[in-house]
Design a binder for this molecule. Structure first.
Ligand code: KG4
Ligand code: ZN
Length: 342
C-alpha cells in the first residue's frame, strides 16, 4: 500500500511516499527558515501562505521522482495537529481534497506521534513497549509507549519546550532563528566547567521539566561577562550541558519507574550531538537500548507522517470528509480516539 505523507504543522513543507512493505520510497522537504529569519521567529500567516505555494509542487516532485502514478497511491496521511492552525489547514485541506478526487482515504496524524514513530524508518527499529523522550520546538514530553497509539504521558515541560529554550538562549547569544543548531555549533568552541548551570527540577521527584529558569540563568551569566566570542561559546556549552544532563536524569528515572529497557529519543532537539551522547552514556550504564531517527528525520518531515498514517490506515482507522485540525492535541488522547471524529 503506497501512502502519501504531508507535513505542514509549522515552518517546513514535507512530502513523502511510504510503502507498507517496501518502506520509505521518497521524501522531500522545503524549509521556510530563510523567510522567517528576518523576523527572528515564525510568522504564522507567512508560513500558511508559503505552504500553499510549495505543497502541490512538492507532491508532484515526489510522484515524479519515485515514478509512482497518482493511481498507485492508496491513502493520504497529513498532520492534523498540534501546530499552527493556518499551516495545518493547508495540509488538511490539500490532503482531503486530493483524497476525495482520487477516491482514497485521508487520515489525520498527530505530529508528536509522527516524531515518536520516526525511528521506525531506520534499519534497526525499536520494538514496543518503550519510553519516548520527544524534544521539539513546541513540546517536551516523556511518554510510555505501550503499543501503537497507546501512549501514557509520564512528564512534560511546565513552561518552555526544550527547543524553545535552545532558540531563546541562542537569541540572547546573538544567533539567528532557529538558534538550536547554531547554539550547538557555537558550543563546540566552548570550554567546559567555566560556568555551572542548574539542572532544573532534578532534585525533587517527578518526570516534569522546566526550562525557563535556564533561559534566565543564561541571560544573567552572559551579562556578567564581556560578551566576547569565547564568553558566548562557554555560555552556550554550559547551557547545552545542563539541558542534556537534565534530560538524561529524567529519562533514567522514567526507565527505572516503568521498568522498560528501551528509550526512543525524537523531535528536532534530538539532532543535537551532545544530547545524543549524554543519553547514550546514560542508557549504557542502565543496560538499556536507545533509538534515534537519522538527523534529517529528527526535525519535521513528511516521512514520519506517511509512516504514522500508514500504520493507522492498516489498523483500519477512518475519518469523515470534513476538514478539521487540532492546533492543541494532547498525545495521551490518541488511544481513545482510535475512531476519531476528525
Ligand atoms: O521537531 P521540530 O523540527 O519542530 C517542532 O515540532 O517544533 O523541532 C524544531 C526545534 C527548534 O527549536 C530547533 O532549534 C531545534 O528543534 N533543533 C535543535 C537542533 N536541531 C534542531 N536544537 C538543538 N540542537 C540541534 N542540533
Ligand atoms: Zn515537529
Amino acid at each position: 500500500m503506497y501512502i502519501l505523507g504531508i507535513e505542514t504543522s509549522c515552518d517546513e513543507t514535507g512530502v513523502a511516499i511510504y510503502h507498507s512493505e517496501k518502506g520509505l520510497i521518497h521524501h522531500c522537504l522545503y524549509s521556510q527558515i530563510a523567510m522567517h529569519n528576518e523576523y527572528g521567529g515564525i510568522v504564522p500567516e507567512l508560513a500558511s501562505r508559503d505552504h500553499i505555494r510549495k505543497l502541490i509542487p512538492l507532491i508532484n516532485e515526489s510522484l515524479q521522482q519515485s515514478q509512482i502514478l497518482k493511481s498507485d497511491i492508496q491513502g493520504i496521511a497529513y498532520t492534523a495537529g498540534p501546530g499552527l492552525v493556518g499551516a495545518l489547514l493547508v495540509g488538511a485541506a490539500t490532503a482531503k481534497s486530493l483524497a476525495w478526487s482520487w477516491g482514497i482515504p485521508a487520515i489525520g496524524v498527530h505530529h508528536m506521534e509522527g516524531h515518536l514513530l520516526a525511528p521506525m524508518l531506520e534499519d534497526n527499529p525499536p520494538e514496543f513497549p518503550f519510553v519516548a523522550l520527544l524534544i521539539s520546538g513546541g513540546h517536551t514530553l516523556l511518554v510510555e509507549v505501550k503499543s501503537l497509539g497507546h501512549y501514557q504521558l509520564l512528564g512534560e515541560s511546565l513552561d518552555d519546550a526544550a527547543g524553545e529554550a535552545f532558540d531563546k538562549a541562542a537569541k540572547m547569544l546573538g544567533l539567528a532563528y532557529p538558534g538550536g543548531p547554531l547554539l550547538a555549533k557555537l558550543a563546540e568552541q566552548g570550554q567546559s566547567n567555566r560556568f555551572k548551570f542548574p539542572r532544573p527540577m532534578t532534585n525533587r521527584p517527578g518526570l516534569d521539566f522546566s526550562f525557563s529558569g535556564l533561559k534566565t540563568f543564561t541571560m544573567n551569566t552572559l551579562n556578567n561577562t564581556d560578551k566576547t566570542q569565547q564568553d558566548k561559546a562557554d555560555v552556550a556549552l554550559a547551557f547545552q550541558q545542563a539541558t542534556a544532563e537534565t534530560l538524561a536524569i529524567k529519562c533514567k528515572r522514567a526507565l527505572r519507574q516503568t521498568g522498560l529497557k528501551r528509550l526512543v529519543v525524537a523531535g528536532g532537539v534530538s539532532a543535537n550531538t551532545q544530547i545524543r551522547q549524554t543519553l547514550l552514556e546514560m542508557v549504557r550504564k542502565e543496560r538499556a537500548e536507545i533509538f534515534f531517527p537519522r538527523p534529517e528525520f529528527c526535525t519535521d518531515n513528511g516521512a514520519m507522517t506517511a509512516y504514522a498514517g500508514c500504520q493507522r490506515l492498516l489498523a483500519r482507522q477512518q475519518e469523515s470528509l470534513s476538514i478539521n485540525t487540532r492546533p492543541r492535541w494532547p498525545i495521551d488522547e490518541l488511544y481513545t480516539q482510535r475512531k476519531p471524529s476528525l
